[in-house]
Design a protein around this ligand. Structure first.
Ligand code: 5GP
Ligand code: ZN
Length: 114
């Protein structure tokens, strides 16, 4: 899907600060970080959001979850910890319609969730 910003980033058409890549997953630094460490983890398969998960594409999405602790270790986020967020739809403020997980860390984060 060539109109998708994150597909373009994954394919290298738009530059990004890559932090991790494997067969199924691409991860890069958020352009507008909300914490000292703010990384976006995306499946290489284009899935619009959490709401579009199916038994057929869950493998591509769950590969992101397996990658997250590896990225956190690489970034030195443990043992301090980190937060993982996936915004889905307008009320959650999703602005890019390619499933992504935010990894936030590098400081003590606020206790509020919403
Ligand atoms: P959402 O609001 O959809 O959950 O998150 C989208 C994220 O993508 C935002 O945190 C935003 O800063 C980030 N973002 C938007 N455009 C770009 C870009 O061109 N490059 C990078 N690295 N991040 C982007
Ligand atoms: Zn995409």
């Amino acid at each position: 899907m060539d109109v998708c910003l994150f597909c373009k980033i994954m394919e290298g058409e738009i530059p990004s600060a890559k932090v991790y890549e494997d067969e199924n997953v691409f991860a890069f630094r958020d352009i507008n970080p909300q914490a000292p460490t703010h990384i976006l983890v995306i499946p290489k398969t284009h899935i619009p959001s959490m709401d579009a998960l199916t038994p057929e594409n869950i493998g591509a999405a769950s590969a992101c979850l397996l990658a997250i602790p590896k990225i956190a270790a690489q970034e030195g986020l443990m043992p301090g910890g980190y937060r993982v967020v996936s915004n889905c739809g307008p009320d959650a403020g999703q602005t890019v319609h390619h499933l992504h997980f935010h990894i936030l860390g590098g400081k003590a984060l606020g206790v509020g969730m919403a």
